[in-house]
Design a protein around this ligand. Structure first.
Ligand SMILES: Nc1nc2c(c(=O)[nH]1)N(C=O)[C@@H](CNc1ccc(C(=O)N[C@@H](CCC(=O)O)C(=O)O)cc1)CN2
Ligand SMILES: Nc1nc2c(ncn2[C@@H]2O[C@H](COP(=O)(O)OP(=O)(O)OP(=O)(O)O)[C@@H](O)[C@H]2O)c(=O)[nH]1
Ligand SMILES: [Mg+2]
Length: 456
């Protein structure tokens, strides 16, 4: 453990840097208590929200807000923690932070440092720390729900269960090896039973962990098609905004425009582009080049046509350049021909949806369709989060357990013990312990915690 961690008091803004309703400054470490007394004129009652004035060093009032004091060990980090919940003005909050840093020797926290301290003080194990980091970054409600399960310790419980079975097996083998020459020696059968049980459980958890893909990035959907087909109108409807200019003039959109949206708990980025057509106009040529650039990067293409289009097939140039990419053809403006909204699935990655951006008809069907085809976990019951680290450690655990279970029972007792010992080591690393080394290496910890946001 880092020797300084016990000494240094850290502080950070735990809420957004933008203006917001309230902003929370968190302070953790031995200076939290004297700081509360000097800034608030009193120590708030432990774990009770109190409305107090916040003072600077010259006794000037800097804010009136809620303060909460969490004396150690009953706090998020396990250290003394002071929370100052002020008005959400970033300049005001920054001046409070600066005051803390300049006059009290508190230092600004590194990204993820509160979480790291919670882990080092054994408030949470490593999988729970990882779950909190995934929870904050989750781009879909389903991933957030998995992260929540992991945060509450469901994965840790299963991982600990495997580790305990292996430990028991090791103790049994070691005992039977000790008394191998005596007449009342302990039979190794019990250990083998435990090894097989641990193997079964490890395989189960490996399959379950691998199933849920929380590595996916938010998909990018690019709207493309001929000029005037209603691309920008569909963009505006999907983004519930009037960000993109809509006119009845062909060639209205010149630049690409991207906006994040959320469809049924799934984050997406949606991009409006200039209409593709043959032109000699230099400006239009540049715009169309940009459109192709976006189409190449897209995870999914919405190709807009209208009820008036002569041909509703995918144009050859799109097929040529983007085979394998999923495409939805949208037949827009069905209000003009009084057609009904509908969806037709041609193949896995090719569907036709009829809508009207003007009346909104068919847009719910379109959103539903996008959610279905773009959420990789749509048919999977949320369990807990998956990390490459878990898969790797579980694979190693399984490998050593298989080796242990295959060794000849009587003659290779020592080899079984070795393999079980290695399995135990790997399984222990799941929750961030290693039976011989105590904590995981600083490198693994830094990789995890450095990727987090400030104030967490
Ligand atoms: N204001 C505020 N809201 C927040 C947080 C926070 O730090 N502050 N959290 C930050 O992530 C999350 C909540 N997580 C927390 C986890 C543990 C403790 C805590 O005080 N634990 C003590 C006491 C437990 C108990 O009373 O049951 C402990 O573990 O000993 C506080 C917040 C989300 N909301
Ligand atoms: N009747 C009807 N008109 C629509 C519909 N969607 C768009 N329009 C109209 O079609 C015209 C073109 O719409 P835009 O959204 O600007 O089309 P665009 O494809 O972005 O056009 P460019 O940017 O020029 O390529 C506008 O006059 C819209 O009001 C629809 O569903 N029904
Ligand atoms: Mg447009």
């Amino acid at each position: 453990m880092n020797a300084n961690i016990k000494e240094e008091t850290i502080a950070a803004l735990s809420t957004t840097q933008k203006a917001s309703g309230i902003g929370i400054i968190k302070i953790s470490g031995i200076k939290a208590k004297p700081l509360a007394i000097s800034m608030l004129g009193k120590l708030p009652e432990p774990r009770k929200a109190e409305l107090l004035l916040f003072y600077n060093t010259d006794k000037v009032i800097i804010d009136k807000g809620i303060a909460i004091y969490f004396p150690k060990p009953c706090s998020f980090t396990g250290e003394d923690v002071l929370e100052l919940q002020g008005h959400g003005n970033p300049i005001l909050l920054d001046s409070i932070l600066q005051r803390l840093v300049n006059s009290t020797g508190v230092r600004l926290a590194n990204p993820g440092e509160f979480l790291k301290r919670a882990y080092l003080n054994r408030k949470i194990d490593l999988t729970q720390a990882e779950a909190i980091s995934t929870l904050i970054a989750a781009t879909s409600l389903r991933t957030a729900s998995c992260a929540m399960n992991s945060m509450l310790g469901i994965f840790s419980d299963e991982a600990n269960n495997i580790k305990d079975l292996i430990t028991k097996a090791r103790i049994n083998i070691e005992a039977s090896l000790c008394f191998i020459e005596t007449p009342n020696r302990i039979p190794i059968r019990k250990a083998i039973k435990l090894i097989n049980k641990a193997l079964l459980e490890s395989k189960k958890i490996y399959i379950k962990t691998k199933l849920y893909n929380n590595f996916h990035k938010p998909n990018t959907i690019v709207i493309t098609g001929a000029p005037n087909t209603g691309k920008s109108s569909i963009f505006n409807t999907l983004t519930e905004s009037d960000t993109s200019i809509v006119t009845d003039l062909s060639g209205t959109t010149r630049d690409t425009l991207a906006k994040p949206i959320c469809i049924s708990g799934m984050s997406l980025t949606i991009v409006d582009t200039a209409g593709i057509h043959k032109t000699k106009d230099i400006l239009e040529k540049i715009s169309i080049k940009r459109t192709w650039g976006e189409v190449i990067k897209a995870d999914h293409i919405l190709l807009i046509k209208t009820t008036l289009s002569k041909d509703n097939r995918i144009p050859n140039n799109i097929i040529r350049n983007f085979s394998g990419k999923s495409i939805t053809i949208i037949i827009n403006k069905i209000d003009l021909t009084k057609e009904k909204a509908s969806i037709k699935t041609i193949s896995n990655n090719y569907s036709i949806v009829k809508v009207s951006a003007k009346t909104g008809e068919g847009l719910a069907v379109l959103k539903d369709h996008l959610k279905r085809i773009l959420d990789p976990n749509v048919n999977i019951e949320p369990s807990y989060i998956c990390r490459k680290r878990y898969l790797c450690l579980l694979k190693n655990t399984i490998k050593h357990l298989i080796k242990a279970s295959k060794e000849h029972i009587r003659t290779k007792g020592v080899l079984i013990a070795d393999a079980v010992g290695l399995a135990e080591k790997e399984a222990s690393k799941l929750v961030g312990e290693s039976s011989s080394e105590g904590f995981l290496t600083e490198q693994v910890l830094n990789e995890l915690f450095d990727g987090l946001c400030i104030g967490k």
